[in-house]
Ligand binder design. Structure first.
Ligand code: ZN
Length: 344
């Protein structure tokens, strides 16, 4: 595993985590990925929906394997402007809204301006509101306070802010010397970064995968239809997305998690078995888990009617869709399993 460039993965992760990409607003981050992939020297194209598709030549180009990782994240969208100059919002994807209370954010207008703000409860002051602690944290009971001199709806409209504008929550990226990585949206930008790390490894070591490989960076995973449509030649899809942790699940942040079944049903029996055997043979820290409330780009591809074999793996991520944390060891175990998968 020492052949993987850890620093590259972390720098790439920080780069893309700091480009706001709530689901439905992914053009900027995909542009950044295009530059990264250009630097690695692999050909790529976008499909109509905005997914980025990278192609890698294999020893046998008559069979195509695919990897996917999603660059879209959770976020918010302006639902309406209140008469006092605050904003109501609707959620993009499924955040834990309690963790959004007090978070700093950017409101991005359709004409490209960006304003700072804060997500707050509608009972935001303990000195005034009896229910400051107890009020439910949901979209009906929270709002956005904009850091501009606006106290009327018209003043907000004058800023260029309107219904349907994107609201991006600050990711708060922190890489610790202990190997822990904390940030919002590690789901799934840590996987995007580690997949790019595998691509860099293939290039640095001059390794060709066994089969033609398409790497799919998807843009609508958080709303369920991400890779619903696959390039026609794809026969197998291995989605790389966060490994769930908690309750009776075995996964820790040091592991690569192999998902046997999630809410969308069981993954391909042989592919899962092969992944388990590869993890075992390479003495990786791995677990096999069931994710009780989860769907992946592989689920979307299967539901979309693609005739493929599909599986799901990823590094353990704690407190998903809230204040997420992973560890570099889980990242490296995942990279190793992917490179094994591509080599056979
Ligand atoms: Zn995800």
């Amino acid at each position: 595993m020492n052949k993987f460039d850890k620093n590259y993965v972390i720098a790439t992760m920080e780069n893309i985590l700091n480009i706001a990409s709530p689901t439905g607003y992914t053009n900027n981050v995909v542009k950044a990925l295009e530059t990264i992939v250009d630097d690695l020297g692999y050909p790529h194209k976008r499909d109509m929906k905005g997914n980025l598709i990278v192609t890698i030549d294999g020893h046998d180009n008559n069979y195509t394997k695919a990897l996917s990782a999603h660059v879209d994240t959770l976020g918010l969208m302006v639902r309406s402007i209140n008469s006092d100059g605050t904003l109501n919002f609707t959620v993009l994807g499924g955040p834990i809204l309690n963790t959004y209370d007090g978070e700093y954010c950017s409101v991005i207008t359709r004409d490209g301006k960006s304003y700072r703000g804060t997500v707050l409860s509608k009972s935001p002051s303990v000195h005034v509101y009896e229910d400051a602690n107890s009020r439910k944290r949901d979209a009906n009971n929270m709002y956005i306070r904009i850091d501009e001199n606006v106290s009327t709806k018209d003043a907000v409209l004058d800023l260029g802010i309107g219904n349907g504008d994107i609201i991006a929550i600050d990711p708060k990226v922190e890489v610790n010397p202990s190997g822990f990585i904390k940030s919002r949206f590690l789901d799934d930008k840590i996987s995007v970064a580690l997949v790019l790390g595998v691509l860099k490894y293939l290039k640095d070591e001059n390794i060709k995968p066994a089969f033609k490989t398409k790497v799919l960076f998807s843009t609508y995973e958080e709303v369920g239809h991400g890779m619903a449509h696959l390039p026609a030649d794809v026969k197998e899809l291995l989605s790389v997305d966060m490994g769930s942790m908690g309750l009776d699940l075995e996964c820790t942040e040091y592991d690569v998690s192999i998902c046997a079944k999630d809410s969308s049903g069981p993954y391909d029996y042989n592919m899962v078995s092969d992944l388990v055997n590869m993890a075992k043979a390479n003495k990786l820290n791995y677990v096999v888990d069931i994710y009780p409330m989860y769907g992946s780009d592989t689920s979307a591809a299967l539901r979309g009617g693609n005739d493929i074999k599909g599986a799901l793996i990823g590094p353990g991520v704690h407190a998903s869709h809230g204040m997420e944390r992973c560890h570099i060891d889980g990242v490296l175990n995942t990279m190793k399993l992917i490179s094994e998968y591509l080599s056979k």
